[in-house]
Design a protein around this ligand. Structure first.
Ligand code: NAG
Ligand code: NAG
Length: 331
């Protein structure tokens, strides 16, 4: 009996020590991140005037599928914790010039569809409804802007629930619905930005898994896109292979008529977990040079013959992300 008690006690002490060490580590990282973020707080604002489409007259006649956009990976995870990928909130991202938002969804313990990082116990950044409300509010006051939204569906939530949340937030009427003449396997089927602005359908919404025809404005991501691998820890992003959808990996010829997304956000290892690499963000998000966005884009252009539609980044406010975007769009 005594031995058992000692054993149990030791186990408890051991577990608390582990928990304590994990907390100290997270706190230390948060402090370092905080110092990093308060240093010179320069947000690279991409001035957007309310002219043309997405700030440029030249873009009005361009097909949606032919415009490259910097995308904020995990756009809702804002802060200084190891689970945060951004520093500027979603409205601030849009104000700064971001027109492609990505978000990870899970169901939290109360059953609410929320923006959570891997699990809602690790990070719960609030409900999808309030996130969509913020985006809707921004669209209301920026009538010439087209925003792309890519949500992931980590818990396989039925698309009907996404539909309810989109409808309740008021954003649904902004969503583009492909008409019968829009063939997903033909890139040029996409309307121009001017047509999207003219029709008031200024939200193009995608879901990675679980989209169905019954909710026609939530588009199945992998019918329209392919993606490079994510969670990379090699700062040189040395490849541009088709990671998802799986079937395309064996037949690159089928990828030709799809838009593609580059996952250009770097992870680093902490306690055996991949966390966003904030320290190296300036280098990862540099416009040119070794390990830069341009370096990976060039590799992709060489292999796939055209520019990416989306370039997913963490900490978009660091580096020169819009420089790459403008250059690829010929602006
Ligand atoms: C714009 O709206 C009209 C009328 O609803 C529709 O016929 C047309 O297909 C829409 N165009 C685009 C690009 O969605
Ligand atoms: C847009 O079209 C031009 C000309 O064909 C091409 O060079 C460029 O890569 C395209 N961009 C995208 C994002 O498809």
């Amino acid at each position: 009996m005594r031995i058992r008690n000692t054993e149990v006690r030791l186990k408890i002490i051991f577990n608390y020590t582990l928990l304590f060490l994990a907390c100290i580590t997270i706190l230390a990282i948060a402090i370092v991140n905080f110092m990093e973020e308060i240093a010179p707080m320069v947000i690279h604002i991409h001035p957007q005037t309310q002219v043309g489409c997405n700030g440029h007259i030249e873009l009005c006649d361009r097909k949606y599928s032919n415009i490259t956009q910097i995308a904020t990976h995990d756009s809702a995870f804002v802060g200084i914790l190891p689970t945060d990928d951004q520093v500027v909130d979603v409205a601030g991202q849009l104000d700064a010039g971001v027109r492609f938002l990505q978000g990870q969804t899970h169901r939290n313990v109360f059953g609410t569809l929320s923006l959570c990082h891997t699990s809602c116990f690790l990070k719960d950044a609030g409900s999808v409804a309030s996130y969509l409300k913020a985006v809707k509010g921004w669209l209301d006051t920026h009538p010439k802007e087209v925003v792309t939204l890519l949500l992931t569906n980590g818990d396989n939530v039925p698309v009907s629930e996404f539909d309810e949340v989109f409808t309740a937030s008021g954003i649904q009427p902004y969503a583009y619905i492909p008409g019968p003449s829009h063939d997903p396997s033909v890139l040029d089927s996409w309307p121009t930005l001017g047509e999207l602005v003219g029709n008031g359908t200024r939200l193009v919404a995608f879901l990675d898994y679980g989209a169905l025809d019954t909710v026609p404005y939530i588009l199945p991501e992998f019918l329209y896109f392919w993606e490079t691998p994510f969670d990379m820890t090699d700062p040189s992003f040395p490849q541009c292979i088709i990671d998802r959808p799986g079937g395309l990996a064996v037949d690159p010829s089928r990828a030709h008529q799809r838009m593609y997304i580059i996952n250009h956000f770097l992870d680093t290892l902490m306690l055996g977990m991949d966390i966003p690499d904030r320290r190296d963000a300036r280098k990862t998000n540099a416009a040119t040079g070794t390990d830069s966005i341009d370096a990976q884009v060039n590799l992709c252009q060489k292999q796939h013959g055209r520019a990416p539609k989306g370039i997913l980044v963490d900490f978009f406010d660091k580096g020169d992300v819009f420089e790459v975007q403008d250059a690829l769009n010929g602006l």
